[in-house]
Design a protein around this ligand. Structure first.
Ligand SMILES: Nc1nc(O)c(N)c(N[C@@H]2O[C@H](COP(=O)(O)O)[C@@H](O)[C@H]2O)n1
Length: 200
């Protein structure tokens, strides 16, 4: 997946820059969107994304996933950047889209509402220092950057909200070494659906 730089007019977009406010749920660090993968409970989308960097280091994945503060997954991950999987730059947007699909499938009511509330507006993460995942305010007040997270959120909205195509299960990415705690990541389903099936 290739993502090039864009320019946005601030008055025309739904912008978010933290986990607070009406659109804070769009942030990967937002609390209240717990994920379960291979029976591992993961507190945020950010923790799952960062853990995917280190498939060969279950102990680093554990440290990222079991951190006490929801905001620190990325900080912990920074300590081990030299152990990042070698193909990371070429797969990271695909990994992020997979993470967002998993977040949606397991938190459908809450996350679909936030996405729905963005209506048809461009979604932009605004940052003071990140022109890759987010966009930065320029001197002329426009927002410039790849805005990769915003773009992937728009793709998610298009594919699963506008097209009324709810996701109940998400297949693992077809890449080598897609591992969590040493085991291949399996298809992830909404735990509530699994519970319903068990008692059907
Ligand atoms: N800590 C932080 N500050 C910003 O200004 C940001 N835009 C982000 N973005 C988030 O970081 C995650 C990607 O991390 P990597 O740089 O690929 O390790 C992703 O969740 C972005 O939304 N973070």
């Amino acid at each position: 997946m290739k993502i090039s730089e864009r320019v946005y007019q601030p008055t025309e977009v739904v912008a978010f820059s933290s986990t607070k406010g009406e659109f804070g749920g769009l942030s990967n660090m937002a609390p209240g969107f717990v994920i379960r993968v291979n029976d591992v409970i993961i507190p945020t989308a950010e923790a799952l994304y960062q853990a995917c960097r280190y498939p060969l280091f279950p102990e680093i994945q554990k440290e990222i996933i079991e951190q006490h503060s929801l905001m620190t997954a990325k900080m912990i991950s920074r300590k081990y950047l030299d152990k990042t999987r070698q193909d990371w730059e070429s797969i990271k947007y695909d990994v992020m889209y997979w993470v967002l699909q998993v977040k949606l499938s397991q938190n459908y009511e809450k996350f679909s509402k936030v996405l729905m509330d963005t209506r048809n507006s461009p979604i932009v993460e605004v940052s003071k220092k990140d022109k890759d995942w987010a966009a930065m305010r320029d001197q002329d007040k426009t927002l410039r950057g790849r805005n990769a997270l915003g773009r992937l959120l728009m793709k998610l909205r298009e594919e699963h909200i506008f097209n009324q195509n709810p996701i109940s299960c998400v297949a693992p990415l077809p890449i080598t070494g897609f591992l969590l705690y040493g085991s291949a990541i399996e298809t992830v389903c909404d735990p509530a659906l699994e519970f319903e099936e068990e008692f059907a």
